[in-house]
Write a protein that binds this ligand. Structure first.
Ligand code: IPE
Ligand code: IPE
Ligand code: MG
Length: 257
């Protein structure tokens, strides 16, 4: 039985988030320039987006560029930004063909004008699609996002629209850039690093984390299926005991109704 056949389509995560890591090392291991790795990483993006759309995943968030990545050498930053924006622009017809809606989260004020314009166009051109929601985290970091949310909440309070005593988790979530998205249930990081690197710190509170040593340019649908199959074997307890969780689930749904 292939790994794909092991996946229970009734129990798919609604939202998968991926830290696409390892492009640079993949290239350097081949004696190539780091940009060569980023270039090949795009092929993995295509393959994984297609894999998620085929399975019927509702949301896929890809960490493509962090706020901290702006501190890399200028040549890499420029090359990577051009590659990302060009790829998004070129992929619009394929996104439309596959009913995929593009979203972007991150600090757009850091992006060069050509990038902002290209992204706005791509967002607009895919806005009518109703299939997979593809969320590109670009110039994103969670601490940036949380600080922005706090600033906006402070304005609401200052202008008398919000009572501090009424601030709840729902309030905070409304001001996050992910306000329209469910929390990811599964977070995958490639390339053998075991960290979050400022990615969706709030939203990943109860996500199942999956780490693989596969470098991002080598990551394909088969690897995605393995991650999902692994996710489906886990017991998600949300603070409860294992007994409670098992008691909540009907043993035989057809008998219990
Ligand atoms: C991930 O690959 C892509 C980005 C962070 C933009 P890296 O460029 O981080 O590759 P490594 O981790 O140096 O191998
Ligand atoms: C995280 O990867 C950011 C992206 C994949 C876009 P990094 O390679 O930048 O993370 P660190 O620096 O190893 O933590
Ligand atoms: Mg890295």
């Amino acid at each position: 039985m292939s790994v794909k056949d092991q996946i229970n389509l009734e129990k798919l995560p609604r939202h998968i988030a991926i830290i696409m890591d390892g492009n640079g090392r993949w290239a350097e291991e081949k004696g190539q320039d780091r940009l060569y790795g980023h270039f090949h990483g795009v092929e993995s993006v295509r393959n994984i987006v297609e894999g998620c759309a085929e399975l019927g995943i509702e949301y896929l968030t890809l960490y493509a560029f962090s706020t901290e990545n702006w501190d890399r050498p200028l040549r890499e930053v420029t090359g990577l930004m051009e590659l990302l924006v060009e790829t998004i622009r070129k992929e619009v017809p394929t996104l439309n063909k596959n009913n995929i809606r593009l979203h972007v989260i991150g600090d757009m004020s850091m992006l060069p004008d050509y990038a902002k314009k290209a992204l706005e166009e791509a967002l607009e051109m895919t806005s009518h699609n109703t299939g997979l929601n593809l969320v590109m985290a670009l110039s994103y970091s969670s601490r940036w996002e949380l600080v922005e949310a706090v600033k906006k909440i402070a304005v609401e309070v200052k202008e008398g629209r919000l009572d501090p005593a009424q601030i709840s988790q729902d309030t905070l979530e409304k001001f996050l850039v992910t306000s329209e998205l469910p929390d990811p249930e599964l977070m995958i990081r490639t390339s053998g690093e075991y960290r979050i690197s400022n990615f969706l710190l709030y939203q990943l509170a109860y996500a199942e984390l999956y780490f693989t040593s596969t470098r991002w340019p080598d990551f394909r649908k088969e690897h995605l299926y393995e991650a999902i199959a692994d996710f489906q074997k886990r017991e998600r307890r949300f603070g409860k005991t294992s007994h409670q969780v098992q008691d909540d689930q009907p043993v035989n749904p057809s008998v219990t109704g």
